[in-house]
Write a protein that binds this ligand. Structure first.
Ligand code: FAD
Length: 459
């Protein structure tokens, strides 16, 4: 990057907030997805939103691509810099600006860590439900940009269901305001809806208004083991069929159980073919009634064992083990690819079967776990990208997983986004006109394509 440009950025954010050392640039050249790395020209850390706006203005004048970065846990390559571009970090924009207990909302900056926010909210007797598996490190800005889901999506929805309003900078660095602090707001276009899930391609989010709920009065958690994957999958469909909405309904196959147990020593039986993690919450009497019905359904479907968590510690241990599933699997082979093709929940048994068939056909190790209650499974392929022959089989398997999900009426991505990894498949789920329509929006709002070019839309 030209010295004069570096100087301009330096005059905005100060020398200590510009990073150009090779090792640092390398550290920001990738995220959690298996996609090619790109080394940025510069990494910039604005200490306040105004500085971010000025940096964006310079980038727009000089045609410099910007990739905003929260914690870089993205699983579709969206946080990987664009060639010739810079990275703007949000980690210094990490203040909780307001927590309004009367009107049940909070106003936060984008760099706030999800779990920290959720536990602060909880300490006030309130509830922020979106809980991605990465919540201990992911940022709320990253969650909004990806429309992240989590373990409670089935009952409580995903990030978009909690975004009441946003403030963002457009490509010229001008402030844009969407939504409001009110429960209802239909003033103008639903721009919060457009920006949420836009993967850093339409603006820089610097303020977020999030809806809060009262904390559920009671909860009950159980782990249910099966000797057959199908029995577990069918139980999932039957629980929903019984008109019960657990807040969590997670699935793990045997391969994942063994990996998780070796990693976390949570006491999971490694000979079970599958397990379900189930939690119901709400009014105490409803929770008791629902959990009894669920236990009966599990038994009717041949559950080997049902372990109801005796206390919070026991529950947390198993839930932490589930959150560590990806890390546990990632230890087994050099390359791990976590997919999130999603199907209508009633088609879970078919999707599980499809993934097993694909694994067998291509002789690959695929562990499956995920948010079974909302149809969002995570078939996780363990491989070694350096093995070219195996990699070809992996690519074929990924395509077949997408095709299977689409054939079952599902979607390419339930929560990880399109980024670079899936942009070439987008047309398969939508059509050419939908892509053109999206491209027109992108061009109108960001004519020079400075915000995360090459992500979502294949350019
Ligand atoms: C172990 C693990 C478990 C995970 N579990 C889940 C899960 O259960 N559910 C789920 O949905 N995802 C999950 N993910 C994926 C990932 O954590 C989420 O997508 C998360 O929302 C990303 O947050 P981040 O702060 O890391 O954002 P980053 O990865 O840094 O960025 C994500 C995208 O958002 C953009 N962005 C970030 N901040 C801003 C901003 N302020 N303005 C504009 N654009 C911005 C970036 O440019 C990028 O395109 C998981 C990832 C890992 C590694």
């Amino acid at each position: 990057m030209r010295d004069s440009l570096v100087k301009r950025f330096e005059s905005i954010v100060g020398k200590g907030n510009l990073f150009s050392e090779r090792e640092v640039l390398y550290a920001y050249s990738y995220d959690a997805a298996v996609v090619p790395q790109t080394i940025p020209e510069l990494v910039i850390r604005p200490m306040d939103p105004e500085a971010a706006s000025k940096v964006i203005r310079v980038c727009n004048e000089e045609d410099i691509p910007i990739t905003v970065r929260g914690s870089g846990t993205n699983l579709s390559g969206g946080a990987v810099p664009s060639p010739g571009g810079i990275v703007i970090l949000t980690n210094a924009l990490n203040r909780i600006l307001e927590l309004n207990e009367a009107d049940l909302y909070a106003v936060v900056e984008p760099g706030v860590i999800t779990a920290k926010f959720a536990s602060l909210v909880e300490s006030k007797g309130l509830f922020y439900p979106p809980d991605p598996g990465s919540q201990s490190v992911s940022t709320l800005g990253g969650n909004v940009a990806e429309n992240a889901g989590g373990l409670r999506g089935l009952k409580y929805g995903v990030t978009k269901d909690y975004v009441m309003g946003l403030e963002l900078f457009d490509a010229e660095g001008n402030p844009i305001k969407t939504g409001s602090r009110t429960v209802k707001c239909v003033t103008g276009y639903n721009l919060s809806g457009l920006i949420t899930g836009s993967e850093g391609t339409l603006g820089f989010i610097y303020k977020i208004i999030l809806k809060l709920l009262p904390y559920p009065r009671h909860r009950k958690a159980m782990v249910v083991y099966y000797d057959d994957v199908m029995k577990a999958s069918i139980t999932v469909s039957e629980i929903i069929g019984a008109r019960i909405l657990p807040c969590t309904l997670e699935f793990m196959d045997n391969f994942t159980i063994r990996a998780v147990e070796a990693y976390s020593k949570a006491g999971l039986p490694t000979d079970a073919a599958a397990l379900l993690l189930i939690e119901v919450d709400g009014h105490p009497s409803q929770v008791e009634e629902d959990s009894l019905t669920i236990e009966a359904l599990c038994r009717r479907n041949g559950a080997l064992q049902i372990k109801v968590a005796g206390d919070q510690r026991e529950r947390d241990r198993v839930w932490e083990a589930r959150r560590g599933a990806l890390s546990a699997l990632a230890k087994l082979r050099p390359t791990v690819i976590l997919e999130d093709a999603t199907v209508p929940r009633s088609r879970i048994p078919d999707m599980v079967k499809e993934v097993q068939t694909i694994a067998k056909r291509h002789q690959l190790l695929i562990g499956t776990f995920g948010h079974a209650g909302d149809g969002n499974l995570h078939p996780t392929i363990l491989t070694d990208k350096r093995d070219r022959e195996e990699w070809k089989r992996v690519e074929k398997a990924i395509e077949e997983i997408f095709e299977a999900a689409l054939a079952l009426g599902g979607t390419l991505s339930g929560e990880h986004g399109i980024g670079i990894a899936k942009s070439k498949y987008l047309e398969k789920e939508t059509n050419r006109y939908t892509l053109l329509y999206s491209q027109k929006i992108k061009r109108a709002l960001d004519p020079k394509s400075i915000f995360n070019p090459g992500k979502v839309l294949y350019e």
